[in-house]
Write a protein that binds this ligand. Structure first.
Ligand SMILES: CC(C)(COP(=O)(O)OP(=O)(O)OC[C@H]1O[C@@H](n2cnc3c(N)ncnc32)[C@H](O)[C@@H]1OP(=O)(O)O)[C@@H](O)C(=O)NCCC(=O)NCCS
Length: 189
């Protein structure tokens, strides 16, 4: 069993930001920017109804971190620890070996490197705090701000899939996976 974000020490601060596990009281602040088309167009869910969103937000608390600047929520991060693929005989060694991460930033706080700053800290949390050996993230290939962020973080484009991901607008879009290993992260610091 790997560690969970609830077991770590919070808040975690960076130069401009403070990160902490989300609570249900953050639902409204996150709803405010995730309902914007420029944000929601790339996310798995586009919230519509505040009440339904609050229920959904409560369900995803174990994987949700909010990012605050000067006491106000400016974005949120996703982190989910999971087992790596492994052959049967060694599967115990692959338990909780990797984490998927993600992000959303209020566009009013965009273009200042805040998402990069938060996600860079999230990598540290994943490798040092949660103890995973690999971190990965997926995105639509058309989501250039997101993959540019991953490249700023030093993550490697490992997969480019042709028309594998269905957008809610009905189009099958190209998808990408980026990843970074713990030893690569440590060398890059
Ligand atoms: C993905 C997302 C978080 C990126 O936001 P962003 O504002 O581009 O990212 P950052 O906060 O790191 O800012 C980077 C920009 O600030 C600039 N910048 C300014 N100061 C900076 C600094 N100190 N450090 C790094 N970048 C800085 C960078 O040059 C970059 O601008 P550019 O893209 O014009 O080159 C945002 O677009 C978003 O929330 N999208 C919707 C949700 C989404 O797509 N989530 C991911 C689904 S896979």
């Amino acid at each position: 069993m790997g560690r969970t974000i609830a077991e770590l020490s919070w808040p975690v601060t960076t130069e401009r930001l403070s990160l902490r596990p989300a609570t249900v009281d953050d639902a409204a602040a996150v709803f405010a920017y995730r309902t914007l088309d420029e944000v929601g167009q790339w996310l798995t869910r586009l919230p519509r109804d505040p009440g339904a969103w609050r229920v959904r937000f409560a369900e995803r608390l174990p994987t949700a971190i909010v990012v605050e600047r000067d006491g106000a929520v400016v974005g949120d991060l996703f982190v989910r620890v999971q087992d790596a693929w492994a052959q049967h005989e060694v599967k115990e060694r692959a338990v909780a070996a990797e984490a998927e991460i993600g992000w959303a930033l209020d566009p009013r706080s965009g273009g200042q490197g805040l998402a990069t700053e938060a996600a860079r800290e999230l990598l540290r949390i994943c490798f040092e705090g949660l103890g995973v050996r690999r971190v990965f993230a997926i995105c639509f290939a058309a989501n250039e701000p997101s993959w540019r962020l991953m490249e700023r973080l030093g993550m490697r484009r490992e997969q480019y899939s042709r028309a594998d991901s269905l957008h809610r607008d009905g189009r099958w879009l190209d998808g990408m996976t980026y990843a970074l290993l713990a030893d690569e992260w440590a060398r890059g610091r």
